[in-house]
Design a binder for this molecule. Sequence first.
Ligand code: ADP
Length: 625
Amino acid sequence: MNESTGRETLGFQTEVKQLLQLMIHSLYSNKEIFLRELVSNASDAADKLRFEALAEPGLLGDDPDFRVRVEYDQKAGTITVADNGIGMSRDELVENLGTIARSGTAEFLQQMTGDEKNDARLIGQFGVGFYSAFIVAEKVVVESRRAGLPAEQGVRWESEGQGEFTIETIERDERGTRVTLYLKSGEKEFLDGLRLETLIRKYSDHIAFPVELDDVGDDEKKPETVNSATALWTRSRSEISDDEYREFYKHLSHDFSDPLCWSHNRVEGKRQYTSLIYIPGNAPFDLWNRDAPRGLKLYVQRVFIMDDADQFLPLYLRFVKGVVDSSDLPLNVSRELLQKNADIDAMRSALTRRVLDMLSKLAKNEPDNYATFWAAFGEVLKEGIVEDPGNREKLLKLMRFATTRSEGDKRDQSLEDYLGRAAATQDKIYYLLAENYATAVASPHLEKLREQGTEVLLLYDRIDAWVVDHWEEFEGKKFADVTREQLDVSEGGESITQQALNDEHKPLLKKMRAKLKDRVEAVNVSRRLVDSAACVVTGEQDLSPQLRRMLEASGQALPESKPILEINVGHPLVSRLAAESDDRRFADLSNIVLDHALLAEGAQLDDPAQYVRRMNQYLLDIEQG
Ligand code: ADP
């Protein structure tokens, strides 16, 4: 390290190195976005300083008017994006531009395949940011000074994007950050005033601060403001084009692709605020990380207050991006204050409704886009059934399922579709829980229902086991699990009691029960089977096997519970069992029938070796006649 300047060369974190390479490769056909990303960062830096200056006005010094300046220098072959925002200290610079703090990044980067389209989409989910500079630059120099620090504590960062960067302390008169791109020889096309102006208008018009363009080679020409420099959400809806809304979304979310829809509203009355909320088109890679930052960007009277204000929407809407700008919250509002505040609770309810209404509209008017939404976020939205009873009916309308009538594992049927097809006499909504689609669609439990034309919802998302515990009813119809003991499949017809059915086969049931007593609660004659010999069902009060597995996986100790075995008395294997006089063979076959019923519903056998032994013995017995 150099004594006087502290100059040192440091390596990028591995993830940064990978990201850099992938980004340069996969975003090459969108290379112009570097400008949007850098201007976006500059604007965020101004927002942050304006916020800090609320408490400490001295930070602004004699330079109170924020602006972003884009300079280009044809002779030097450089483009510079300079701001007078918050700036960075030496430590911050090393941290921010040398590492990626989001957890799960390494795993995420491993999904990259080298296929340009796929990788561009993935990187889009990640957000591109500062590093996009290296798509067009062979060298990037960042000079910065944190607001409030003296001139001697400026700092200079330099890198060729190849794995390391150097950092040194410099004297810097101004606060804020200058990012200078030394363009690669093939990228000099960007050194053109008109081109840059067009790009700024296209991508950064909505930036709330003036973005000035300056040709440093031309002393005659003064820097010129080229954007409209008003916060987008403060303008009236009719003045804003769809493209402007989309660009603003990208600035806000760091998402690379277009949002599916948005909703922009001004609320007047007791509480006054403006909100602009978006539904993204694809899931961020850390959607399932409960600690990942989420929430809206909060402004108070157009002053940026904080990112990720998570009090304005419930957790199950964590995919929503947007801005809320309040006219009546105090400027010094803190996260603590947001947490216990009746006004915020009211805003949260209103915003939640707004999101759900926006989704209903999307579902109705743009089913294809809704399908995209559902594929990305459906599982998250389902959490709302559990978390938000007040909106349950609305949420249920937004759910989409695969059913015994849908095509393949497409989840595109709504409950309204389902009820529209159901017989007038059907008073329940039938569903089946399973580990995956293949298990669901082949489940023995569906046989009779299928035969009589009763449609069944097939549920195989992880969260479903939890959802069905809470969803109760829809449009006056109760939900019914087709794997429960007391399922009545005699829709409209006569129903005979289980007892009466069992009575006809008493000796067989009794004998089986005796052989299987350690493994099953009871053995019953089934009404729901057609082709299969047997299935297992769950007692009315017991946990579903799916919920049980989920709870056990999370480390909960649960009291043991045994399933009920149902047998199809019309099945040849069961007839054979009834006719079996050899006691050992009867026991083996009874166990095999049970094991098969368990396997068919995707369960794991407690003792697979035992099963194999019995099965082998049974096959040999057949061979010997
Ligand atoms: P993101 O903006 O998505 O956080 P970036 O890679 O673009 O990711 O930037 C990383 C961090 O570097 C930012 O979060 C910010 O703290 C800091 N940063 C980048 N540009 C600037 C700037 N012009 N002024 C101050 N800080 C900046």
